[in-house]
Design a protein. Structure first.
Length: 523
């Protein structure tokens, strides 16, 4: 059995660079601590060459020319760590969340899928690079050996069976992560490498430092082992970005959203999943409640930062970041945030991608993703609540419906009709009457004789009632503020000299409004 370890060097810096790729080749300094006493906790190689060291104050770090200063952001670190786990899950389902900058995985059986362990290591490095992370990879039959070597060498490093102790011998003993007390003891003994620790007599070491020394002695000899503690895969993905300067225009905001969506879709695709739902959240820049008033000596007070939410539900899961960006742009054009954006969160809930197989006997259908984009563009013009599929409501009110999100359904099997044989289905023989709704209903004038309609007129058209059936009295929703109550008539109208208008119509008297309407006609 082989184990693979993936280590992210300078993880805190890489978490920032992953969100701001332009910082990769620049001297970068990371600060943390209370706002009044910010201290340098990490510096890139370019910054260290300029003389920046850990522990410097913010003011001292700012003295170095060209240094980019950023504050530590734990949400960015969480997103980078989740991306590291996604890269591991894309290769193996058995993954351990070892540390924030390190994951280990079971490599048993992977050679039949990906080739040799060297090829697996290169594949892991390539997938992590696609997710914005430069990593070290090590493979060994010993779990602890793989972990330590991954922290020390770029790799991919493959440790052959029986060579664990020889590979660990020159490495510093600090990689074994001893406690502070044991670190101090080893320093006094002059033990600086794993080989020196492995050479100590085990019994004397146990008497001096206890079981921790015994455990680290076994690891230094390449014999320390433990069970892999598996972590459960998640199906929700999040990305975060905090801005130095708030963004108000849609174009720069779209650029930032595109970057986050690219990272998100890369993680989703690595896991062989697709995005079903997008939840976008903005933290808006706080606004001043009022300006300074010298007469009352009132200072300007900042309002708490508000939030803006923009959900996006897709009828069909997708991995296309450009499509998601276009849909979000249309949403934001229709309902933009009311203040500049300071922070961005994107969360994606996933589903398995849908495989659509075409038919040889049916015409090619449009791409469902293009249909969703077209519907979104229409919704931005006519309103989101006016686009979709009509769903009938469970109500006695005629023509009661609501609009729901359109979702394309699969093509159902259809019965074929043999025209040559003359076979015609029985349902085709049955005559069907269609009803044509007028939306909105047309206001009409109705002349009554003893409560029965005799004439109906609208738009200068006067129709004589040839036959009338009714009234059918309906009412409902009496428990709401706007109940409804109506009398419905079916009337056959004859218009002098206007044969196309003659026919059967449905007219309605709204009892609450005291008005007549024509709802539609029968075809």
């Amino acid at each position: 059995m082989a184990f693979c370890a993936i280590f992210v060097p300078d993880f805190l810096l890489q978490a920032v660079i992953r969100s701001e790729p332009a910082l990769r080749n620049q001297p970068l300094v990371l600060l943390d601590g209370p706002a009044s006493t910010f201290r340098v906790i990490a510096a890139s190689e370019a910054a260290r060459q300029l003389g920046v060291t850990a522990g410097l104050t913010k003011a001292a770090a700012a003295e170095f020319q060209g240094v980019q200063i950023r504050l530590r952001n734990r949400e960015q670190e969480a997103a980078a760590h989740a991306a590291l786990l996604d890269a591991a899950w894309s290769i193996s389902p058995r993954v351990e969340n070892t540390a924030i900058d390190l994951v280990t995985m079971d490599g048993a059986g992977l050679t039949t899928l990906f080739g040799s362990y060297e090829e697996i290591g290169l594949q892991l490095q390539s997938r992590c690079l696609d997710l914005g992370l430069h990593v070290h990879v090590a493979v060994s039959e010993n779990l602890e050996t793989a972990r330590i070597v991954a922290c020390a060498h770029r790799g991919p490093t493959i440790i052959s069976a029986g060579q664990e102790a020889q590979c660990l011998k020159p490495l510093p003993v600090d990689l074994l992560a001893p406690s502070e007390e044991l670190t101090e003891v080893l320093r006094h003994w002059g033990i600086t490498s794993c080989g020196a620790l492995a050479a100590l007599p085990l019994l004397s070491l146990s008497e001096c430092v206890g079981q921790e020394g015994v455990r680290l002695h076994a690891i230094a000899n390449g014999k320390g082992n433990r069970a892999l503690i598996l972590t459960k895969p998640v199906h929700s993905f999040e990305e975060f970005l905090e801005l130095d300067d708030a963004v108000e225009e849609l174009e720069p905001l779209s650029f930032l959203l595109g970057r986050l969506l690219d990272q998100l879709c890369a993680r989703v695709a690595a896991r062989a999943l697709a995005v079903r739902t997008i939840r976008l959240k903005f933290e808006l820049q706080p606004a001043f409640e009022e300006a300074f008033d010298a007469s009352r000596e009132v200072l300007r007070v900042k309002q708490p930062a508000g939030t803006f939410h923009c959900p996006l539900n897709l009828p069909r899961p997708t991995q296309d970041a450009k499509l998601l960006l276009k849909l979000l742009r249309l949403r934001l054009q229709d309902k933009p945030p009311n203040a500049p954006v300071q922070k961005l969160w994107i969360r994606a809930d996933t589903d398995r991608p849908l495989a659509v197989q075409g038919s040889l006997f049916l015409p090619a259908a449009p791409d469902p993703d293009k249909l969703e984009l077209t519907l979104a563009r229409i919704a931005s013009v006519v309103g989101e609540n006016n686009v979709g599929s009509a769903e009938l409501l469970d109500s006695h009110r005629p023509d009661a419906f609501r609009m729901q999100t359109f979702a394309a359904k699969g093509v159902a099997s259809q019965k074929t009709v043999s025209v040559a044989s003359g076979e015609i289905p029985e349902e085709l023989h049955k005559a069907k009457i269609g009803f044509r709704y007028f939306r909105p209903p047309l206001p009409v004038y109705v002349a009554l004789d003893e409560g029965h309609p005799t004439k109906v007129s609208w738009k200068a058209n006067i129709g004589k009632v040839v036959h009338a059936s009714g009234p059918w009295r309906l009412s409902g929703q009496w428990w709401e503020e706007r109940p409804w109550q109506e009398d419905t008539w079916e009337v056959e109208l004859s218009f002098a000299g206007k044969t196309p208008l003659s026919g059967t119509y449905q007219i309605v008297f709204d009892v609450l409004q005291k008005k007549w309407f024509v709802r539609g006609s029968h075809d």
